[in-house]
Design a protein around this ligand. Structure first.
Ligand code: NAD
Ligand code: LMR
Length: 442
């Protein structure tokens, strides 16, 4: 039996215990001999690994567990790397959200100026990770990447390390499908969807179950309730937080204006930035909600487990944990299963640039994703995507060239920012806040 060695980069992530449970649930499909946890913050990681080990112990005692801050120890000879790093951690996420809001601009982790700021922090550490994996891991090793902002990370790595074996994925499309399935009363796995766009910037154009169209039914539901069931407990606990409930309700707002397709929830930030700012609490953002919720619960659970030996949070898997393991099994076993992932366009959507990193359905094989042909997309969606793509591509040029003007162009082109004047004010504040992380922009 083939067994695999897997490394988790960003081992100190709040998602680690849930992802480990998902791996343990699927050991028959993805047998593991070793799991290595790697993080630049060894102290944080150590606490999270206590929880991860407790989860592993519920299933097996045959997997060797290593925790390290040394890249060679982490990646030598591994088959898979799950990347989930948050460069600057929650302290910087909070600033990404609050600085733009102080200028009455959307303050969000991956969308708008906050996303651009997070991108400028993350590209070089991701390239460094790709180089570590190239240097130490098995020749055919895959990085499966969840690290945000995924669109910008995908573009940065495409540009700087074009031959990297990295598959960029996001749980938002599957989370959206989880809600669709709960509304329709079917299993998520039974939905067949078509989708096109960029990461956090796309649309479902088809939703079928057993060959029958269900998009019209969803549309009717969304007109009443947004993309939510009455029983919110049917969705993962992460997305049961009040900010996410609001986001799924806002699908109604989007579809009241544009009923054609079912949007990725993150489109609310680009289509209704004024409304989002008006309804945001500038003093208490999603970063605060996560620090007071998921992060606090995790560290409390670990503390109590160390005191009592009882693991109070079972770390339910949810779509986040399920999806990365599903995709990896398809990579490992060459199953060719169909998932929505990011990949280089190369004609999949002929009226978008060939070198755009798009998010579309693809068959996942051991050699990577094979996209399904999408065809030309209508002008409205193309125009929106072209603008967003330009913002992200110019941002990557800004960091590789160290160019302030290009950073300003990227901010100005972002649809969440009303003018070049505001773009400059927000950028200048973010430069100050990110001194420790960004290269000099001159
Ligand atoms: P977290 O802050 O709890 O954990 C991230 C960890 O990354 C921290 O322990 C930190 O020390 C570590 N880290 C930072 N820089 C690193 C580097 N250069 N090398 C190795 N480790 C590094 O964050 P979280 O909320 O658990 O999220 C983890 C990541 O997953 C984030 O990038 C987040 O945006 C992303 N995420 C993606 C999706 C998706 O579907 N794409 C969904 C949720 C979260
Ligand atoms: C998170 O921290 O959970 C995110 O990465 C996405 C969200 O829920 O804000």
């Amino acid at each position: 039996m083939t067994t695999y060695k897997l490394a988790v980069a960003g081992g100190g992530s709040t998602y680690t215990p849930g992802i480990i449970r998902s791996l343990m649930d699927r050991l028959e499909d993805l047998p593991l001999s070793e799991i290595r946890f790697y993080d630049i913050d060894g102290e944080r990681q150590s606490k999270v690994v206590v929880a991860a080990k407790a989860v592993i112990a519920e299933y097996t005692d045959t997997i060797q567990v290593v925790e390290t801050t040394d890249p060679k120890t982490a990646f030598e000879d591994v088959d898979f790397v799950f990347a989930q790093m948050r460069v600057g951690k929650y302290a910087m996420r909070e600033l990404d959200e609050k600085i733009p809001l102080s200028h009455n601009v959307v303050g969000q982790e991956t969308c708008g100026p906050g996303g651009l700021a997070y991108g400028l922090r993350t590209i070089f550490p991701m390239v460094e990770l790709v180089d570590y994996v190239d240097q130490y891991a098995k020749k055919n090793a895959w990085i499966v990447n969840y690290s945000n902002p995924a669109s910008i990370v995908a573009e940065g790595v495409r540009k700087l390390r074009p031959n990297a074996r990295i598959l960029n994925i996001c749980d938002m499309p599957v989370a959206t499908m989880r809600n669709m399935a709960a509304i329709l009363g079917v299993n998520r796995e039974d939905l067949v969807v078509d989708y096109f766009g960029l990461n956090h910037f796309g649309w479902f154009t088809k939703v079928e179950v057993n060959g029958v169209d269900r998009l019209s039914e969803l549309r009717e539901h969304v007109y009443q309730h947004g993309l939510l069931t009455e029983d919110v407990s049917k969705i993962d606990y992460r997305h049961a937080d009040s900010s996410w409930i609001k986001t799924f309700k806002n699908i109604k707002l989007i579809m009241d204006h544009f009923p054609e397709y079912l949007p990725n929830p993150y489109l609310q930030y680009y289509l209704f930035p004024d409304y989002i700012v008006e309804t945001s609490n500038k003093e208490y953002t999603r970063a605060n909600e996560v620090m007071d919720g998921r992060e606090k619960t995790l560290f409390e659970t670990v503390r109590k487990y160390e005191e009592t030996g009882i693991l109070e949070d079972a770390f339910a898997v949810g779509v986040h944990g399920t999806f990365i393991v599903d995709v990896t099994i398809s990579l490992a076993q060459n199953l060719g299963r169909r998932y929505l992932v990011m990949l280089e366009n190369n004609g999949t959507i002929p009226n978008l640039p060939a070198d755009a990193m798009i998010e579309v359905p693809a068959l996942i094989t051991s050699n990577g994703p094979i996209p399904e042909y999408v065809g030309e997309i209508p002008y409205f969606y193309k125009a929106m995507i072209d603008q967003q793509l330009a913002s992200e591509k110019i941002l990557v040029e800004a960091i590789t060239e160290g160019s302030y003007i290009k950073a300003l162009q990227a901010f100005t082109l972002n649809k969440t920012i009303p003018s070049a004047k505001v773009a400059k004010a927000v950028l200048d504040d973010l430069i100050e806040a990110n001194k420790e992380y960004w290269p000099t922009l001159a």
